[in-house]
Ligand binder design. Sequence first.
Ligand SMILES: Nc1ncnc2c1ncn2[C@@H]1O[C@H](COP(=O)(O)OP(=O)(O)OP(=O)(O)O)[C@@H](O)[C@H]1O
Ligand SMILES: [Mg+2]
Length: 273
Amino acid sequence: MSLVVLWMIGFLIRNRRQRQQANAQLRNSQQQMEHLSRLSILGELAGRLAHELNQPLATIANYARSLMRRQERGNLSAEALEQAAGEIASEAERAAGILNGIRSFARKRARERSARDMADVVREATGLMGSMLSQAPEFAIHDRLGERRGVMIDTLQVQQVLLNLFKNAWDAQQMAGENRPIEVGLNTESDLCCVTVRDHGPGLTPEQQEHLFEPFFTTKPNGLGLGLSICKTIIEAHGGQLHAQAAVPGPGMEFRFFLPCNTENPALQPKTK
Ligand SMILES: Nc1ncnc2c1ncn2[C@@H]1O[C@H](COP(=O)(O)OP(=O)(O)OP(=O)(O)O)[C@@H](O)[C@H]1O
Ligand SMILES: [Mg+2]
């Protein structure tokens, strides 16, 4: 083999290694970006989380104080003790449930896909939103998924997309002083599972709509302008698409994303309800 050929082979191998390293770095920074964006959603909502946790903690403190008072007065019956202990345990579990949901949303971890029922994922995301807000928005979920309700997804990433869309919808409705529920539609179009999030906020001008998915485009004083661009990256990495349009009838916006139905491995399809 001539020296030139050997040099060419060496060059190609080095080139391939460099590309692999660059791809790994890109994946790594995308993961870090997603993680930061999850922390940013939590950061914005966390102030209200304290309020939400206050309720079970106050109930626990009340029951404990009432037990002590009864004990001091000597009228603590076995039934009262059992009832109060039961309430204390269930309130503590409620608080732990809220914290667990948030911990698993905030944690850093490798991407992993599993077969999920899309409606369950939506319900978990609305629950998470509710547990973080004192005045959580209401959601009207229209589940028109038929037999094909399964998707193969990284649950945390898709929850991140939903929370971003819900948070934007909520911000928009707050701005318009609107209390109507945020509407979440679920349906299937051929082999695609489709989710729509529709708000009754002020909507956007056509010029603003053009920049919607660009990183750092924001009209909010404390916005990072990263939410939608990350949503788009996540949905496209799942082989899907994310679009936005003015809601009809307006005012408001409708965000719609498609994900491929999980048809490849029917054994992994979640059970239909
Ligand atoms: N439902 C909506 N109604 C009206 N405007 C919206 C809606 N969703 C997004 N926008 C507009 O698009 C911009 C970009 O949204 P994006 O979620 O990417 O960033 P952000 O919400 O400003 O900040 P963050 O990075 O914290 O999410 C918003 O600032 C807002 O102007
Ligand atoms: Mg946002």
